[in-house]
Design a protein around this ligand. Structure first.
Ligand code: ADP
Ligand code: MG
Length: 547
């Protein structure tokens, strides 16, 4: 028997988990069923691509067994299973990048554990909320040796070889004593299990079977029943699916414990047929800026999952959108490489992008509060699209929200243009570190007297974004800390020339040119950048030396 310690991050997470006063302890079952369903999906995929040969008569299913007296609950699947190394890695470590930093952040900020769970998706470890001890028996598809993993979730686990007749995974949970006050119900009871399965896992596309006692002609008999309806949500009419059902599916898909901000359904008909069910999360995932971040969009062909985390279905600036796309027009054997050029995929993608952007515009118009919440979470990512998606540029520009000199409210460009002064020709903006700095900056003087509104752009990405933005609704943009291209400096009198020359010599190491300006009212001088250069603020971010 081999003995291992959990990786430090896993230990921390386990500890948070077990000590979290989390009311919905029942969700451990959802997590295990979700893993079982993932394992069955993986096996189906492998068999479709002929990477493994299935044993004869193999049945794709999940079984729940229980023993109320011994307080044991068993979840078994006939999925892909794990070999020795996968057991050590998948159940002993957290592979997701950024986990370490994230845990650190939680400790520093003293984030409540429930929120942590919401951000993280704890999966397998969540069962230690209700378990005293867990045993995993597993055998990987295509291999003969089975393994037995045991842990009490307190820092260590053991592994030893074991005989296992069938491929797949059996998880044996030795439950803690019933303690209703602390959310530990009797999870071996039929009605409790039924309720949880129905609530969270009804749409799982494999049967979840359980033996139950039924009375027939006054005789008690043990029969097997399937607890879930197995109907994928995206194949049902949106009018017949409740919001709760959508939300539970979202949580199953993303491991998020919070409800999504918006649910989007879309049917493609005509040239390309497809069904899509997409979600906009409430919160930005903590690893969204990692190179390794994968969008949680899964691709199905006629209800069979053929690829997870497909990045071709949406542009990168919409990578936070999660969901499923199902199209009968795709081949079951399509590879990741083939997806890149597949015409059907490109058409679907176009429709999805349009629908998502329209949904957001609609939210902006009808529910500004909700939209503002969206913007505060995802605005910085949507901004990446401005320079990348020319086809949708106008729509993307309409999505932008800005701080402005007119007040505290975030405004759209449309709102800005609507209230432009009669003699005002351009959209004015300023880039810099913060609203406070910009409000009082000398650059404001150029327009202050005229009463023009100025947009304040304070995120590092803003200036990069603006280098791709030239006009909106026919109005040109004008950055106040940049020199307009066509502007001529005022004539310099003979009398003033020595002053300019003197300043020019004194500052020659730092500036290109010293000029008079008509822009300033109260301030004696300010630094300007050429129209096509980055401002001092951004140069500082980029690390360029600047006086
Ligand atoms: P996630 O499902 O988000 O990957 P989990 O903590 O739920 O995270 O599971 C960790 C990993 O353990 C899974 O990614 C998978 O590789 C493995 N695993 C868990 N349950 C099973 C199972 N029933 N069959 C095969 N592998 C499993
Ligand atoms: Mg999981």
């Amino acid at each position: 028997m081999e003995r291992y310690s959990f990786q430090a991050e896993s230990r921390e997470l386990l500890d948070l988990m077990v000590h979290a006063i989390y009311s919905q302890k029942e969700v451990f079952l959802r997590e295990l069923l979700s893993n079982a369903s993932d394992a069955l999906d993986k096996l189906r995929l492998l068999s479709l691509t002929n990477a493994v040969n299935l044993p004869e008569g193999h049945v794709f299913e999940i079984r729940i067994d229980r023993d109320s007296e011994k307080r044991v609950l068993v979840i078994e699947d006939s999925g892909v299973g794990m070999n020795h190394d996968e057991l050590v890695n998948n159940l002993g470590t957290i592979a997701r990048s950024g986990t370490k930093e994230f845990l650190q952040q939680i400790k520093e900020k003293n984030t409540p554990a429930s929120e942590l769970i919401g951000q993280f998706g704890v999966g397998f470890y969540s069962m230690f909320m209700v378990a005293e001890r867990v045993e995993v028996f597993t055998r990987k598809a295509g291999e003969t040796q089975g393994y037995h993993w045991v842990s009490d979730g307190k820092g260590e686990f053991t592994i030893e070889p074991v005989e296992k007749d069938t491929i797949g995974t059996r998880i044996v949970i030795h439950l803690k004593p019933v303690d209703e006050e602390n959310g530990i119900e009797d999870f071996t009871r039929e009605d409790v299990i039924r309720r949880i399965v129905k609530r969270y896992s009804d749409f799982i596309s494999y049967p979840i079977k359980m033996k139950v006692i039924r009375e027939e002609n006054k005789e008690k008999k043990e029969v097997e029943e399937t607890l879930n309806s197995m109907k994928p949500l995206w194949t049902r009419k949106p009018s017949e699916v409740s919001e709760d059902e959508y939300h539970d599916f979202y949580k199953h898909l993303t491991h998020d414990w919070e409800n999504p901000l918006a649910t989007i359904t879309l049917q493609g008909e005509g040239t390309v047929e497809f069904q899509a069910l997409l979600f906009i999360p409430s919160r930005v995932p903590f690893d969204i800026f990692y190179q390794s971040f994968e969008p949680k969009v899964n691709l199905y062909v006629k209800r069979v999952l053929i690829q997870e985390n497909v990045d071709m279905l949406l542009p990168r600036y919409l990578r936070f959108v999660a969901g499923v796309v199902d199209s009968p027009d795709l081949s079951l054997n399509i590879s990741r490489e083939m997806l890149q050029q597949d015409k059907t995929i490109l058409q679907v993608r176009k429709r999805l992008v349009k629908k998502i952007l329209d949904t957001l515009l609609d939210m902006q118009e009808k529910d500004r509060e909700k939209y503002t919440k969206f913007w505060q979470e995802f605005g910085v990512i949507v901004k990446e699209g401005i320079g990348a998606d020319y086809e949708n540029k106008e729509k993307l520009l309409s999505l932008l929200l800005f701080e402005s000199s007119a007040g505290k409210d975030l405004i759209t460009l449309e709102e800005y243009v609507k209230r432009m002064k009669e003699d005002q020709k351009e959209i004015y903006y300023l880039t810099g570190e913060s609203r406070r700095v910009l409000e009082t900056s000398p650059y404001m003087e150029a327009v202050k007297d005229k009463g023009y509104e100025v947009l304040f752009l304070t995120q590092p990405i803003d200036e990069f974004m603006m280098s791709a933005v030239h006009e909106f609704q026919g109005k040109k943009f004008h950055c106040l800390n940049k020199e307009p291209i066509e502007e001529k400096a005022p004539e310099v009198s003979e009398e003033d020339k020595p002053l300019l020359e003197k300043l020019q010599t004194l500052l020659s190491d730092h500036v290109r040119e010293v000029k008079f300006s008509t822009k300033l009212v109260d301030s004696p001088a300010c630094v300007m950048t050429k129209a096509f250069e980055f401002s001092p603020h951004v140069r500082k971010i980029l690390g360029e030396k600047y006086p």
